[in-house]
Design a protein around this ligand. Structure first.
Ligand SMILES: NC(=O)c1ccc[n+]([C@@H]2O[C@H](COP(=O)([O-])OP(=O)(O)OC[C@H]3O[C@@H](n4cnc5c(N)ncnc54)[C@H](O)[C@@H]3O)[C@@H](O)[C@H]2O)c1
Length: 470
């Protein structure tokens, strides 16, 4: 969304003055256009198997060692040794470090990363794979696995041109190991443009009770997805993205937002439900709407708890109304709705293998001046997701529970921020720009994907690696 400050900072003069210019990010279901390079530190192989399963061709990654360096002469005639260059740009570097156990394995990771740091195309990707450190065994192995997090978070800050770096931890050493099928949806998401605004993050992929469905381009074909707060902003983006991927969207918003809601629902062939989610029977009314529109046998595949409000004030000026209204909409309402929709065999309720997705916020991680109520509600969402994701009553039914934590996203809500604050918020992240509703929507779509059945209890920041709470 263009505004005065954005025009000032992106005009040709600003460019000449050296104000950093945001890169146009690769978005959507687009794989990198250049080849994917694959390397392993310690001999792990799950990344290669998963790329094969996804049908993504890969080439062997270059490794920087004293033997592979070449001599380059700079403009002043000075020569220096540099890593061998990729013959042309690479679209991504995937490093399988799941079997990395030693400090020398970390040197291999460095050797794989160094040529890629200058070899990546615009909006390129670095994806590291590891295991949960505490499962790695000996202290050195635990330290090695933990070190990967430090590497990824630093690399994300060094990459330019819209490139991102993320770490995926899988289960290989305890319980049931993660399979390439279970990893596929995550790797596909991280390589594609869908993850444009996700960088410097750590995700866990565990084990699903049954073999996950295949990763396909329209995973929600014929499935019912409920999106609350769908009348505008991020919610409208979520509804549109689900519809693009085949979903029958039930768009929910307050009666006062009826016009926007009807426009969104009509534009995507979805149904509109005017409902204040704080109503005590909101869950039943959503299920009733689904059963009425789609038949008693119909079930919801996914519910996205996106509706949210802010009532900012310093805590010294926060009364019970300001406090309670935010906690009610942003947290209590979804706890009640979940309980109702999880009732087994409820016509129009949540399906077995269904998905619950919350919308938290970086404020819920870092806190924010004037937002104790909002931060409490969003941190509460994070707690809820962790608890529900680990609940055997849900995992036993194949139901996953995850949340996104957006940073600065260009919406009406953030459009009301003071100009200077808004521009700072746009800039203090590794991608040096604000995110778009579609970036949040794509991440939610990844969690909701039937292929993501091994991903639960996760909170993924969609913040361009914002420095807030990092
Ligand atoms: N915009 C950002 O940068 C940002 C950052 C972090 C998190 N978030 C979160 O993302 C979500 C969407 O934010 P947005 O920027 O699109 O906000 P928004 O204010 O533009 O949209 C919120 C929608 O929720 C609806 N809503 C509010 N109360 C409701 C209720 N009781 N019942 C039904 N619907 C209700 C509103 O009518 C509105 O359509 C919120 O949960 C917000 O906290 C936004």
């Amino acid at each position: 969304m263009a505004d005065l400050m954005q025009m000032l900072t992106t005009n040709p003069l600003a460019r000449q003055l050296g104000v950093p210019q945001p890169t146009r990010l690769r978005r959507g279901r687009e794989l990198p256009s250049a080849p994917v390079a694959l390397g392993s530190a310690g001999g792990g192989r799950i990344a290669g198997h998963t790329l094969e399963l996804l049908g993504v061709p890969s080439r062997e990654a270059l490794v920087d060692t004293p033997d592979t360096r070449v001599t380059e002469t700079d403009d002043d005639g000075r020569s220096r040794e540099v890593p061998e260059r990729y013959p042309s740009a690479i679209g991504a570097l995937v490093v399988d470090a799941t079997a990395a156990t030693s400090i020398s394995d970390l040197e291999t990771v460095r050797g794989l990363l160094r040529p890629a740091m200058r070899g990546l195309e615009s909006s390129g990707r670095v994806v590291l794979l590891g295991v949960e450190p505490e499962t790695a065994g000996a202290p050195t192995a635990v330290a090695t696995q933990q070190a990967l997090e430090g590497i990824v978070r630093s690399v994300g800050k060094e990459l330019r041109g819209g490139a991102t770096a993320n770490l995926v931890r899988v289960d290989l050493l305890t319980g049931e190991p993660t399979s390439p099928q279970e990893l596929a949806s995550t790797l596909s998401f991280l390589l594609e443009g869908r993850s444009a605004y996700v960088s410097g993050q750590v995700l866990h992929v565990g084990h699903a009770g049954t073999t996950p469905e295949e990763t396909v381009a329209r995973p929600f074909e014929g499935r019912i997805v409920v999106v609350t707060g769908a009348g505008r902003g991020i919610g409208a983006g979520i509804a549109r993205t689900f519809a693009r991927d085949g979903a029958l969207v039930v768009a929910v918003d307050v009666p006062a937002g009826g016009q926007g809601l009807a426009e969104v629902a009509n534009s995507i062939g979805g149904t509109a439900l005017q409902l204040d989610i704080t109503a005590v029977d909101a869950g039943r009314r959503i299920a009733g709407h689904v059963a009425q529109r789609f038949g008693d046998a119909a079930r919801i595949h996914a519910i996205v708890h996106n509706a949210g409000i802010t009532r900012d004030k310093l805590l010294a000026n926060t009364d019970e109304e300001r406090w309670g209204s935010v906690l009610e909409v942003n947290l209590a309402a979804q706890i009640r709705m979940n309980e109702e929709l999880l009732t087994p065999d409820l016509p129009g309720g949540l399906d077995e293998g269904g998905r619950i997705i919350g919308v938290a916020s970086t404020s819920g991680i870092a806190g924010n001046r004037g937002q104790a109520n909002y931060a409490a509600s969003k941190a509460g969402v994070i707690g809820l997701v962790r608890a529900m994701g680990a609940d055997p009553r849900l995992t036993g039914r194949g139901i996953t529970v995850n949340a996104v934590a957006p940073g600065f996203i260009e919406t009406e809500m953030t459009g009301k921020m003071p100009l200077a604050t808004r521009e700072v918020a746009r800039r203090i992240n590794s991608l040096q720009q604000g995110g778009r509703p579609v970036d949040v929507a794509e991440t939610i779509g990844y969690f909701a994907d039937p292929a993501s059945s091994a991903v639960t209890g996760q909170v993924l920041r969609v913040c361009g690696q914002s420095q807030i709470g990092a």
